[in-house]
Design a protein around this ligand. Structure first.
Ligand SMILES: [Zn+2]
Length: 383
């Protein structure tokens, strides 16, 4: 299915607007009139969590259960193509008068005041950006502390989303050069992982045309997601997690346990981030999320300080995009969404992250790449 026809289906699918989503603020999910903030009715745990989204609106949300190209995914080699950021034109004016920062109940979101992105000759307009905690996409098996989604809409309702990982750091932009010895020419900056760790993928010839669909990558189960607390996200290698074996479970066979432990160990060895480590605190995030406690109540909003958008644009432009065709990560899980996951990371201070966590809680859908696969043979052992 072409992106255009997929988006046509997307538009048709959005006839029901009972559930706002990550496309909130676009023409598909317009903001409420009169300045009211719509509070979403889905959630991330329990009966309204991701495994039940298709039941919340049976007519509209079926793709949440049956979709073949769903998001987010674990960004492992083979699930995406790489395009240089130079193939994408991004121009976002600074929001010099500030803008609205809203609590939708399922995320906190900044309403855009302009901004254009051109890819493959199609110009999209920035509708909003919002946050997930922890990251929805996995960076080659590893989660980051948060992920920012910039949601763009094309002239025919096409949706494209730029996803950027957010890590936790300590200190501030102003502190960095204070104690640098005179014989050191540059402040020590976190070093990006070796290039060899990055999966190599063929560039997309025509980015807006249909890319090869994100296929389930039959390599191994999803690596355990590292808990996102304190320094864990800065040093993302997860400690080996014990395998819990309960009597009567499918794993009580000694051989099954050995096989699963071997597979988990293999996955852990393979897990290595591909996104470059952030160089310093991202001022935009500090400015926005520094106010998050003022919108702690779902449905509330606040005006931000002036937002300097060029900072984030410059960070993103310095790298590449990992791109694939996926879906909204929220109900109705509509497909035909062009994902552009940046390989450049942003960063916030630990104290700001803690504020964001206290308001956002947990709002990440689990990775979708492996859902069509049977469980590992070792896990299906008869008693
Ligand atoms: Zn999102």
């Amino acid at each position: 299915m072409s992106l255009r026809s997929a988006c046509g289906a997307l538009v048709a699918f959005f006839a029901s607007r009972t559930l706002a989503s990550c496309a909130y603020g676009t023409s598909l999910f317009p903001r409420a009139e009169g300045g009211e903030v719509k509070v979403n009715t889905f959630g991330y745990a329990g009966s309204i969590g991701p495994t039940n989204w298709h039941l919340l609106d049976v007519a509209a949300n079926q793709l949440c259960a049956t979709g073949a190209h769903q998001s987010p995914i674990d960004m492992t080699a083979g699930t995406f193509s790489v395009i240089p950021a130079s193939d994408v034109t991004i121009d976002i004016p600074d929001f010099t008068e500030g803008t609205e920062f809203e609590n939708l109940g399922t995320t906190v979101e900044v309403i855009a005041k302009g901004g254009q992105m051109t890819i493959g000759g199609v110009t999209h307009t920035l509708a909003q950006f919002h946050f997930h905690l922890p990251s929805e996409h996995l960076d080659n098996g590893l989660s980051h502390a948060m992920e920012m989604h910039m949601v763009w809409e094309g002239p025919e309702g096409q949706i494209a989303v730029i996803g950027t990982y957010i890590d936790i750091t300590e200190g501030s932009v102003a502190e960095a050069p204070a104690s640098v010895p005179s014989n050191v020419t540059a402040p020590a900056a976190p070093v990006a992982p070796p290039a060899a760790a990055a999966p190599v993928a063929a560039p997309v010839a025509a980015p807006v045309a249909v890319a090869p669909p994100a296929v389930a990558h039959p390599v191994a189960p999803v690596a355990p997601v590292a808990p996102v607390v304190g320094e864990t996200a800065v040093h993302p290698a997860p400690a080996p997690a014990p395998i819990l074996i309960r009597p009567g479970s499918l794993l009580h066979s000694r051989q099954a346990r050995r096989d699963l432990a071997r597979e988990q160990s293999k996955v852990r060895r393979q897990a290595a981030p591909t996104a470059a480590a952030p160089v310093g605190v991202t001022a935009l995030l500090e400015t926005v999320l520094g106010k998050v406690e003022e919108i702690a109540t779902p449905g509330s909003k606040v005006e931000t300080e002036p937002l300097i958008m060029s900072e984030v644009v410059n960070i993103i432009k310095a790298g590449s995009f990992q791109t694939y065709a996926g879906s909204l990560t929220t109900p109705p899980c509509s497909e035909g969404v062009r994902w552009l996951v940046s390989d450049q990371s942003l960063a916030i201070n630990l104290s700001t992250f803690m504020k964001a966590r206290s308001v956002i809680g947990f709002n990440s859908r689990f990775p979708q790449n492996f859902l069509s696969l049977a469980p590992p043979a070792s896990a299906v052992v008869s008693a």
